[in-house]
Design a protein around this ligand. Sequence first.
Ligand code: SF4
Ligand code: SF4
Length: 441
Amino acid sequence: MSLPEDVFAAGVVGAGGAGFPTHKKLAEGASLLVVNGAECEPLLASDRYAMRQFADEIVAGASKIAQACKIPRVVIGTKRHYAREVAALRQAIAAAGAPIEVFELESFYPAGDEQTLIYEITGQTVPPGGIPIQVGIIVVNATTALNVERATRGIPVTRRFVTVTGEVAHPQLMDAPVGTTAEDLIAQAGGATVGRYVVVKGGPMMGKQFPMSAAPGLGYGKADGGLVVLAADHPLVEFCSQPMDRVLAQTRSICIQCSLCTEMCPRYLIGHQMRPHRVMRSVGTDTHPVDLSDALLCCECGICELYACPMGLSPRRMNVYVKGLLRAEGVGVADKAVHAGHTAERDYRRIPTSRLVERWQLTAYPDHLEECAVLEPPKVVIPLRHGVGKPSSPTVSVGDRVASGDLIAEVGVGDVGCLVHASIDGVVAEVTGDHIRIERS
Ligand code: SF4
Ligand code: SF4
């Protein structure tokens, strides 16, 4: 089989969060392959673990992509202060004799945003609303490269590394079957240390918050590398859970149009016309309507509301809100030119990750985790959607006996979606439009 066929058969998706099906990226015509090892969300260390322990497979996966897609240059982007990971990667590259470069980034947020990473490495701006291949670049996450390498050996994606941290007794890395529930991940970490909490699926900046009552049914997918338990009254929880009508009212009453949200926006700083202050102004008043499609360029990193805004407002949430309205009307990203405005000041506006950690009272939690526990939970709740794209269609029914690695849900090869495999041996206990639950036999 060809590499894209192997990757499709193994159900590989982007492991960094977005979950884009990897086989859809693997076409000829790129001049550069970037392996994203920046892992910029505070507290998360899943990709770091992969780079430390499986550097040889990541290098082999990147080499196979470059060879299959005839890409002449490969760069692994990771952070300078990930010294052991950088050393492991360089050693693996030397051992393989692979012509792969390592690009060492400063520790800033969001260094792992793929368009920011491309700008750091090449100085190029991906067109607003566009994708990297438009500038001849393919980006894959480091753990994705590992999964690609395994796909060439016929190994489907049935497990992933998850960082479990925050208000748990023993924060740790876990090697868990896909579909392991938040409840089982938290239990393995010694349980929550607070009575009322929320589960953040992903990192604290961009992750989605769920109530603790959701934990038993909250299965971790192929793109979910972080679980952060935060007390229900943690400032980050209270800020992100404000009702939308209050967010709107605050926007209308106290946005001072200082434009700091725009000045600090990482997408604006690489030349995109992403100007959240204009969205805020337009939503806040009827007298200054602007082209709200700026909001469609937002990557939802949260810098504008978690760091920039002096009034404690929520431009990110406003962008998400406006995006929903525009998409409902079928409005897409109009042709937008790249501006050169503030890119010269960009070097001074990169946010040190440590500042975000301090500002949002996350200093009590470890910023590095060493050991990885292998978790074998009693059941898994495997999502049918692992990121962008369509959900997969189940191929099993309640009562079927399955073994780890068996195909349980499928999509067409031309679809934006992925095949899904059983991640434990057991019996199918539930099939819904959202997930397949398997209980260990
Ligand atoms: S930083 Fe805050 S106050 Fe200033 S323009 Fe943006 S949303 Fe308004
Ligand atoms: S969340 Fe805010 S800072 Fe981040 S891209 Fe969107 S507007 Fe810019």
